[in-house]
Design a protein around this ligand. Structure first.
Ligand code: RTP
Ligand code: MG
Length: 150
């Protein structure tokens, strides 16, 4: 069944520092997803707390906020069928000891909190996260060949 969705994906500060933006974006393009918005952002503390609101109160929350604000990120909106679930498969498990080879984290990450990329975990999270980083006019609607999955 086709469920066209949008998700918020973000190369975290460690991915930017390690020069992995291009390779991470390539993997998402290779999968067949459609990029509809992207920008380089220095995340503010307020924006970080909103982004990770579901983790507020957990012991790792302060570290998470300081990590995500420690340097620029590459924030993106991607579109595709069932992309929220599928992109998390491409990203791989949170814990680097569980992330399988062939996934972004499995191939490039070796330290759990610094796991290179964020992906929304539900349609509600995606909507909130996209709104936290992008104005609607920054998201570009355009035709892209559907031949890879038609
Ligand atoms: P993300 O939200 O960044 O895409 O990662 P995720 O869904 O795979 O993992 P989530 O449970 O949402 O956790 C968010 C991020 O918090 C850091 N974390 N640290 N116990 C810990 O120290 C711990 N647990 C999670 C990771 O950077 C994780 O990606
Ligand atoms: Mg998460």
């Amino acid at each position: 069944m086709r469920t066209m969705e949008r998700t918020f994906l973000m190369v975290k500060p460690d991915g930017v520092q390690r020069g992995l933006i291009g390779r991470i974006v390539s993997r998402l393009e290779d999968k067949g997803f459609k990029l509809v918005a992207g920008k380089f952002v220095q995340v503010t503390e307020k924006q970080a707390k909103k982004h990770y609101a579901e983790h507020e109160g957990k012991d790792f929350f302060p570290n998470l906020v300081s990590f995500i604000t420690s340097g620029p990120v590459f924030a993106m909106v991607w579109e595709g069928d069932n992309i929220i679930e599928l992109s998390r498969i491409v990203i791989g498990k949170t814990n680097v000891t569980e992330a399988q080879p062939g996934t972004i984290r499995g191939d490039f990450a070796c330290h759990t909190p610094r796991n290179l990329i964020h992906g929304s975990d539900s349609p509600a999270s995606a909507e909130r996260e996209i709104g936290n980083f992008f104005d609607s006019q920054e998201i570009v609607d355009y035709d892209k060949s559907m031949s890879r999955w038609s």
